[in-house]
Design a protein around this ligand. Structure first.
Ligand code: COA
Length: 434
C-alpha cells in the first residue's frame, strides 16, 4: 500500500480515535505548543465514558479542557513540569507531579512509565509521507515507539521543522486532520531589574559563545543585552522569540559553534506565531529529542557553552531552589542541572543562574540564610557556578562556604542585607566586611 492510501485509511474523527483509549490506561500527550487540543477536547466532552485514565504531559499552554473539575475521577493528570493551569490541578489534588530530569523522560517511557497510547500534534505529511513533529520534538518519538496505539492530529498550522522530527504515516494508527493556531507564549516586557540582570549576564558572554536559555522572563531579557555580540550560537532545551530576533539581526549565526556549526539546536520552542512561522522549513534551526539536546556530554562538546537559567531562591551555601516555593511545586527541573553540568564540562563554559534579588513585589529576599522549609534543591551547591541578580555577579565555584555567603550578600537586595549579615556573623563568628 502506498502512503497516501495508508493515510486515507487512518484518517478519522477525534470521537472515533479516542475509543482506542481504555479505563486505567496511560496516555502520553504532546508538550507545550504541540499539545493535542482536538483530542483533549474530545476526551473532555466524553469524560464520563472513562475511568481512571492517566494523562501524562509536561508544560501545557492555554486551557486544557481535561483540567476541568468535572473530568476528575475520569482522568488523572501526571506531569513533571507544572505551569499555571496544571499547578491548580495538582493543588486541587486532581493531579500529581513526578520529579524527573526532562532528558530522562524518553528512556522512562520505555522502562518506568507504561505508555499505552501516545497522542501528538504533527504537521501534515510531506511528499514522502513524513509528518514533522514541528515545535516540540522532546519525547515524542520515544512515546510513539513505546505506545500500543498512536493518535496524531495533523495540524495544517504546525510548522514543518528539521532535525530529527520526522514521523511516517505508517508509524501511526489514527490521523485527525485539523487546522487550528498553536498556543502562544507572550513574555512580559522586562523591567529595570531584568534589564540590569541582562547587562550583568552579557558581561560574561564573549563573542562566539553558544547559549542555552532557560524558561521564564529573565533569559529573554538577557538576549536583549546581547545585541552587540558576534557569532553567538544556540544549543538549548527551548527558546522563545528573543533568539529569533537575534538570528534575524545576524547576532546569532552559529558560525563558531564546535557542534552543529551554523545551526540553532533545540528540543522545543514556545513563543508567538511569528516564531512558529520563522522555524517553518527553516534549515538554520534543528530540533532533536530531549535526551540528545539535554545530555551533559553532548552539551559539553560546545566550546564556550553558556547556560542561563533562573531560580526561585538561593541559600547562603549556594543551594538553588528553582522549582518549589517551600512545599509548593511551582514548575519542574527541566534541563537546568543538565545544562549547568554540560556548560561546566565544556571548554571555557560558564553556568549562570540569574534571578531578581526579591520576589512577591519586593517583600521577600530570594537570597536567604536557609531555603524555605520543604523546598527541593534543584541545583546543588556542588554544581552551582555563577549567580546573578540586578546587583551584580557572584561566582561561587571553588569558593569556600564563608566566601560564598559574603559574595551572595553583596548581590542581595540592600533592604535584606542587614538580616543576612547578622546570620553570616553568627554562622562564621566574624565581622562581615563589605
Ligand atoms: N518566595 C515566594 N514567592 C516567590 C519566590 C520566593 N522565593 N520566588 C518567586 N516567587 C513568586 C514570584 O513573586 C512570582 O509571583 P507573581 O507571579 O505573583 O509575581 C512567581 O513566584 C514566579 O516567579 P518568577 O521568578 O517571576 O518566575 P518566572 O516565570 O521567571 O520563572 C522559574 C522562574 C525559576 C520558576 C523558572 O525559570 C523555572 O521553572 N526554572 C526551573 C527549570 C529550568 O530552569 N529549566 C531550564 C531549562 S528550560
Amino acid at each position: 500500500m502506498n502512503w497516501k492510501e495508508d493515510y486515507q485509511r487512518k484518517v478519522t474523527k477525534p470521537e472515533i480515535a479516542i475509543k482506542d483509549i481504555h479505563d486505567g490506561q496511560c496516555v502520553v500527550m504532546g508538550h507545550a505548543a504541540a499539545a493535542p487540543h482536538v483530542v483533549q477536547q474530545a476526551l473532555a466532552d466524553h469524560c464520563e465514558d472513562y475511568y481512571d485514565v492517566l494523562l501524562y504531559h509536561m508544560t501545557t499552554l492555554g486551557d486544557n479542557p481535561c483540567y476541568q473539575p468535572r473530568c476528575f475521577g475520569h482522568f488523572r493528570h501526571v506531569s513533571n513540569f507544572l505551569s499555571a493551569n496544571s499547578r491548580d490541578v495538582v493543588e486541587r489534588r486532581e493531579g500529581d507531579f513526578f520529579p524527573a530530569y526532562f532528558k530522562d523522560v524518553p528512556s522512562m517511557l520505555d522502562r518506568d512509565i507504561p505508555c499505552d497510547v501516545a497522542v501528538f500534534q504533527v504537521s501534515p505529511p510531506n511528499a514522502e509521507g513524513y509528518c514533522s513533529l514541528g515545535v516540540s520534538c522532546d519525547y515524542a518519538k520515544a512515546a510513539i515507539h513505546a505506545a500500543k496505539t498512536v493518535i496524531v492530529e495533523a495540524n495544517e498550522m504546525m510548522p514543518f521543522t528539521y532535525g530529527d522530527t520526522m514521523v511516517h504515516v505508517s508509524q501511526v494508527d489514527h490521523i485527525i486532520p485539523c487546522s487550528y493556531p498553536l498556543q502562544e507564549l507572550v513574555l512580559p516586557e522586562p523591567g529595570e531589574a531584568e534589564l540590569a540582570i541582562g547587562r550583568h549576564c552579557a558581561s560574561l558572554v564573549s563573542d562566539g559563545s553558544t547559549l542555552q536559555l532557560g524558561i521564564g522572563a529573565i533569559p529573554d531579557a538577557v538576549l536583549r543585552a546581547l545585541g552587540d555580540k558576534n557569532d553567538l550560537g544556540i544549543h538549548s532545551e527551548m527558546f522563545s522569540n528573543g533568539v529569533m530576533e537575534l538570528m534575524k539581526k545576524g547576532v546569532i549565526t552559529g558560525r563558531r559553534k564546535t557542534l552543529h556549526r551554523d545551526k540553532a539546536i533545540v528540543t522545543f520552542i514556545m513563543g508567538t506565531k511569528e516564531l512558529y512561522d520563522f522555524v517553518d522549513q527553516n534549515e538554520q534551526v534543528e530540533f532533536y529529542p530531549v535526551d540528545y539536546v539535554n545530555s551533559p556530554l553532548i552539551i559539553a562538546k560546545n566550546e564556550r557553552m553558556i547556560s542561563i537559567n533562573s531560580c526561585l531562591e538561593v541559600d547562603l551555601q549556594g543551594q538553588v531552589a528553582s522549582e518549589t516555593i517551600g512545599m509548593r511545586q511551582y514548575s519542574g527541573i527541566g534541563g537546568q542541572v543538565d545544562f549547568i553540568r554540560g556548560a561546566s564540562l565544556a571548554r571555557e563554559g560558564k553556568a549562570i543562574i540569574a534571578m531578581r534579588s526579591t520576589a512577591a513585589g519586593g517583600t521577600i529576599s530570594r537570597i536567604k540564610p536557609f531555603l524555605t522549609k520543604g523546598a527541593a534543591v534543584s541545583t546543588s551547591r556542588n554544581d552551582v557556578d555563577y549567580i546573578v541578580t540586578e546587583y551584580g555577579v557572584a561566582r561561587l565555584k571553588g569558593r569556600t562556604l564563608q566566601h560564598r555567603a559574603q559574595d551572595l550578600i553583596s548581590i542581595a537586595h540592600p533592604d535584606f542585607r542587614p538580616a543576612l549579615i547578622e546570620e553570616y556573623e553568627s554562622r562564621f563568628h566574624c565581622k562581615y566586611e563589605e
